[in-house]
Design a protein around this ligand. Sequence first.
Ligand code: ZN
Ligand code: ZN
Length: 148
Amino acid sequence: MEIIAAYSQHTFLPATHFSYDAADEVINYYPQALKTNSGKIALLHEISHCELGHFHYVSDLQLYAMEIDAWLLTRKLAEKFNVPVEEDYIDECIESYNAWIEKRGTCPRCSTFCAQKSETEFSCYNCSTRWRVSASPQVRTRRRIVAN
Ligand SMILES: [Zn+2]
Ligand SMILES: [Zn+2]
């Protein structure tokens, strides 16, 4: 695969999804999807995270800023590799991050949108409910109430 060959300094692992594992500096990719245009864009997007040196994030807002940066670089790389940029696909991805951030940050008890306490824990300033979420955007959001 031409794109992967151009980044032989990075580690690529076949997987069932596209992601960048900042802790191990591994780019996971879904081989079957590389035949499609959006698969190539998804691969370039994860390469962008890697190229930008994105680390394991601390807060949802930082993650969001990293996503926007990564998409800017993805557009440039797509041009370089002659992959047509599908703005609709990019919008969809950014929209899904928005929804992810909103769902994680919304109090499961009173629906107030709250600030994050740590990477995986939130607390509500309105009703003091505390809840935990998973760290990875790849995992479906499930809010677990920890204490009141
Ligand atoms: Zn990303
Ligand atoms: Zn609440």
